[in-house]
Design a protein around this ligand. Structure first.
Ligand code: NAD
Length: 735
């Protein structure tokens, strides 16, 4: 048999071993040829009477991460092209058939009459897990890194190769829905407890155990293909079903606000599919899958959350020709809130760290942060105390700048004060080797200005982390006027080593991410001043798809920080740069009421110990009167929040702050969770349609003021019928 991605051998007991081991790939991924190979292997097993059963395993360290999403991305694009050529209906028929091929292969495996056992040796996700669910038994190795799951919902899709039908026929509806809607990855013991895996065996005996199971006899007919099959939770239209479904619908809406077609399809597939026999159920699933796959939301999410994020992580923006950086030791200046986090993630990545603060006590305090985070990990069983000690051994906390003599990269995170930063830059540059790159983690000071304190401005760059550093995946890299390629390459090599996703932007006040999120929060402040009930603002933001409402977010990042930035902007840019209503609100909260945010347990909300936050009643008294919630146009609130944020991204493009739409989108989702269903700020505009977006801006500007006035770039694009992805890709191709 001629297989491209698998090897096939049959032992003397008539048990075939089908080993998935793709050439030239470090991991197995599902593409069209994998489906073809599987199909051929099933045919071979059926045709050969000597084959009693088949064990499917992987020749890689992991089983497989699932489908090649770039293939699905491509399928969506092909559909659009073929709709133009053949007409939408014929194109959709082809698309439907094409998108269910893999599901049909798995069904063929399930019903071919020969037993298949999956021997899962490592991580097995998405379509790969769906292959194993089609098998007649699943044995997992005791590999601690093994995870199984169906995470498709996280990129806007859902399991479309039988996952939504087999899981709820194997486990109770509640657990099945939770697993499918959350996209959780399960450890082997949890999967076994749920009934998704039959056995866990030592890694060395995995194949042997799978073969032994086949020899002992595995029924090649699934329970649901036999008469009298009973669903684990009973029929949908039963007393038990009525306990589950109304609640499931409510939870789904609470968690997603119905923003994600993929999540909605899961609920529908399970509900409809459990009422019909398996083949019909799979056809229902396929119909939803084809529809979701071609939805703008799924297309945008796959593009941003998988394709673009992957490309950025692999070094899309790294200048070619600069040799790989040899980084061993990182110097971190300032062991405060951010510096302590940067030291931790650097040590986690295996770097030695020199952590400097003004005195030993402050430096030690920064190191204690790593001790705390690692101790938490130890307590949760995720790390050993030896690992904690090893990590702490990597961090040298000291006030002595001379300790920077051997560092390979410096990141400063001292007070946000130009004079303090200038002093630190001078002292550090006097201690480090001449070729070492200096990075600033400032969040508001333009890097070009800071670089004027440096004797080697070409080696000066911004590396802007987000808090909390250990959890936020984005790092914004800022090019100052004179920053050179080497500094950029070093910064990107470092960010890759700490396993975060970089975007590269050009220097401006607030850079990219904070400019956008600043608008989001400012709009909420202005709404408060207009008398929109504050809780309604936060709730509608969540309905728009934002993970955290703007007022809650402001409490979390600190209101006094916002006021400080406002004052600095007024001083440096001018009074016109600040909205007086916003200034009035923040001054009242911070200077009159001491309500600086969650850190003080009082901001827009009160944060009582051991109880949920509640909105501060004083806000209503300050504003005077509040609007009647029933009279408020909710869609308008949602539009204002999304439009003001996306509009700022469009301004950043026009000003050359952002040069690639993929960075704008990924930065907005990873930086502050901009409505992930949209694919990010620029995808949101593209999805709305530039013309419609400009019309929305104009309508909002007429009602709420010039801050909504679309910029020239948007007007030009609307007139020319352009999208950001179309236009910016064209510019790149021409360059
Ligand atoms: P912080 O006040 O918690 O920490 C600053 C630390 O710098 C303090 O420990 C202080 O003792 C130390 N320091 C001051 N002068 C020093 C000197 N001369 N030498 C050595 N250490 C010195 O502040 P932070 O929130 O960690 O912010 C630090 C930087 O990170 C700022 O530039 C800020 O804009 C930026 N930043 C902050 C956030 C955030 O969410 N807080 C996010 C991104 C970036």
């Amino acid at each position: 048999m001629n297989l491209k991605n698998f090897t096939w051998s049959v032992d003397s007991d008539g048990i075939a071993l089908l080993t998935w081991d793709m050439k030239d790939k470090s991991m197995n991924v599902i593409d069209v040829s994998v489906g073809e190979d599987l199909n051929a292997a099933i045919d071979a097993a059926v045709a050969d009477p000597a084959v009693k059963g088949v064990v499917i395993t992987s020749g890689k360290e992991t089983f497989s991460g699932g489908a090649d999403l770039t293939m699905l991305d491509q399928m969506g694009k092909t559909l659009a092209a073929s709709a133009k050529a053949k007409g939408p209906e014929a194109a959709m028929v082809d698309f439907f058939e094409q998108s269910r091929q893999f599901s049909l292969v798995i069904r063929k495996l399930e019903t071919c009459g020969k037993p298949f056992v999956a021997a899962i040796n490592g991580m097995c996700l998405g379509g790969a897990f769906e292959i194993t669910l089609g098998c007649h038994a699943r044995i997992a190795s005791d590999n601690p890194k093994l995870r199984v799951g169906l995470p498709e919902v996280k990129v806007g899709l859902f399991p479309g190769a039988g996952g939504t039908q087999r899981v709820p026929r194997m486990v109770n509806t509640q657990d099945a829905l939770q697993m499918l809607l959350k996209g959780d990855q399960l450890k082997a013991d949890r999967a076994k407890a749920m009934g998704l895996i039959d056995d866990i065996v030592p890694a060395a005996t995995l194949i042997e155990a799978a073969k032994a199971r086949l020899k002992a006899g595995v029924d090649p007919k699934k329970a649901w293909d036999k008469d009298k099959f009973r669903l684990p939770s009973g029929p949908i239209y039963s007393a038990a079903g009525m306990m589950v479904w109304p609640a499931a619908n409510a939870i789904y809406r609470r968690e997603t606000y119905d923003n994600f077609p993929g999540a909605r399809a899961i609920l529908k597939c399970v509900y409809e599919g459990l009422q019909v026999p398996m083949d019909t159920a799979l056809r229902i699933e396929s119909r939803y899958f084809a529809n979701v796959l071609r939805s703008p939301q799924a297309q945008a999410m796959i593009r941003s959350l998988f394709v673009s994020m992957g490309a950025l992580g692999k070094g899309l923006r790294r200048p070619a020709g600069v040799p790989a950086s040899q980084l061993k030791t990182i110097g971190v200046l300032g062991a405060g809130f951010m510096g302590a986090g940067i030291a931790y993630v650097s040590a986690q990545a295996g770097f030695d760290v020199v952590l400097i603060d003004r005195d030993q006590e402050a430096a030690d305090k920064g190191k204690a942060h790593s001790q705390k985070l690692m101790t938490d990990q130890v307590n949760k069983g995720r790390a050993t105390s030896a690992q904690r000690d090893a990590l702490l051994g990597k961090i040298t906390a000291t006030p002595d700048y001379a300790a920077l003599a051997n560092v390979d990269l410096v990141i400063e995170a001292v007070f946000e004060d130009p004079a303090v930063k200038a002093d630190v830059i001078k002292r550090a540059e006097a201690a480090i080797r001449p070729e070492v790159v200096f990075a600033s983690n400032t969040s508001t000071l333009p890097i070009t200005g800071l670089a004027q304190n440096s004797v080697r401005p070409d080696q000066f760059i911004g590396i802007h982390f987000f808090s909390p550093v250990d959890r936020m995946m984005l790092v914004e890299t800022i090019m100052a006027e004179k920053t050179g390629d080497k500094a950029l390459a070093v910064a990107l090599d470092y960010i890759k080593a700490i396993k975060k996703t970089p975007i590269v932007v050009n220097d401006t006040r607030g850079f990219y991410v904070n400019r956008c999120v600043g608008n989001y929060i400012k709009e909420a402040h202005l709404m408060v001043m207009e008398g929109v009930p504050p809780v309604m603002i936060d709730n509608l933001a969540k309905q728009a798809g934002m993970p955290v409402g703007p007022l809650t977010l402001n409490d979390e990042v600190a209101i006094d920080l916002g006021l400080k930035i406002l004052k600095a902007t007024k001083l440096q840019v001018g009074t016109q740069a600040v909205d007086p209503q916003q200034e009035k609100l923040l001054t009242f909260l911070v200077e009159q009421e001491g309500r600086i945010g969650k850190k003080a347990k009082k901001g827009f909300y009160d944060y009582p110990d051991n109880a949920k936050k509640t909105i501060w009643p004083g806000l209503k008294a300050f504003v005077g009167s509040q609007q009647d919630p029933d009279e408020i146009n909710r869609q308008e609130i949602i539009d204002r929040l999304l439009v003001t944020t996306a509009l700022e991204a469009a301004r950043c493009v026009e000003e050359g702050v952002v040069t690639d739409p993929r960075e704008a989108d990924v930065g907005s989702i990873l930086g502050f969770g901009f409505a992930p269903w949209s694919g990010g700020t620029l995808s949101y505009i593209d999805m709305t349609g530039t013309k419609a977006f400009v019309a929305k801006c104009d309508a909002l500007a007429a009602k709420f003021g010039d801050r909504f006035a679309p910029n020239k770039l948007l007007r030009d694009m609307a007139a020319a019928g352009e999208t950001f992805y179309g236009r910016m890709n064209k510019t790149k191709a021409a360059a």
